[in-house]
Design a protein around this ligand. Structure first.
Ligand SMILES: C[S@@+](CC[C@H](N)C(=O)[O-])C[C@H]1O[C@@H](n2cnc3c(N)ncnc32)[C@H](O)[C@@H]1O
Length: 244
């Protein structure tokens, strides 16, 4: 089964966005826990009422996790999908933290604030091609952070030329089945992955982070093909971006 011709493989303003959280819980090992891990890591590096930037806020699960545990955190969530912003807004209201975040419909480059004390970018960068787009996103995030501010990146990764990649991919596909995804759904999801994920190896991710102005990056998490990295914005001024 293929993605219908002309359709985005991952359309967050369409059906995929509406079903996103069900799919995420099914295919991402440790999905819910990943936000609590982020909270635990960031809480050790920020002050009592930091301004925290959540890039690709999605359905708002991260914003709700942070705000519920740390009411003093001042959150800004940014997302180019109107549907996801609306879902996040509703979810925050339902969780009783309706005023807990500024939600911005757009890209990081559209933000009118900088000097954030921390940022996260979960399950976003793997959708962007490595033609300058991944680099631009990281650079835009770095420019919005205060020097030394922590940054957490979480995403699919892997070196497709390595035999280990094939083994991990096969195991990941079995994980979908173990988590209850039916055969047709697995075939449709596989087609989306083949078309819409732009894989980068860990070495490339570390290089992209360094080039964008992040330092001291290291992986704090790995499960199958998912990885989480913590780094910090460099203390020295950033070089200007050659991307968009
Ligand atoms: C897979 S969801 C992840 C949502 C949330 N971070 C999570 O892990 O549950 C990806 C989100 O990133 C958003 N997105 C796509 N391209 C983006 C970009 N260039 N900058 C910021 N967000 C982007 C999508 O609209 C979508 O809401």
């Amino acid at each position: 089964m293929n993605t219908p011709e002309g359709a985005e493989p991952f359309d967050f303003d369409g059906d995929y966005g509406g079903d996103y959280e069900y799919i995420a819980r099914t295919v991402i090992p440790g999905y819910r826990s990943s936000f609590r891990q982020a909270l635990a890591l960031l809480a050790g590096r920020v002050g009592p009422s930091p301004r925290v930037l959540v890039v690709g806020a999605g359905t708002g699960i991260e914003l709700v996790t942070f705000k519920t545990a740390e009411p003093g955190w001042r959150l800004t969530g940014v997302d180019p999908s109107r549907q996801m912003i609306e879902i996040a807004r509703r979810r925050m209201r339902e969780a009783g933290v309706g005023d807990g975040a500024r939600l911005v419909h757009g890209h990081v480059s559209d933000l009118d604030e900088d000097g954030f004390a921390a940022a996260t970018c979960f399950n976003v960068m793997h959708f962007l091609p490595d033609d300058g787009a991944k680099q631009s996103l990281l650079h835009d995030i770095a420019r919005r952070l205060a020097p030394g501010a922590p940054f957490l990146l979480f995403e699919l990764h892997g070196d497709r030329s390595s035999p280990r990649f094939d083994e991990l991919f096969a195991a990941w596909s079995r994980y979908w089945k173990i988590h209850g995804m039916g055969e047709a759904e697995r075939a449709a999801f596989r087609a989306r992955i083949d078309e819409g994920i732009h894989w980068a190896s860990e070495a490339r991710i570390l290089q992209l982070l360094a080039e964008a102005g992040f330092e001291d990056a290291w992986r704090y998490y790995r499960a199958l093909l998912y990885g989480g990295w913590i780094s910090r914005r460099a203390l020295q001024p950033l070089r200007s971006s050659s991307g968009k």
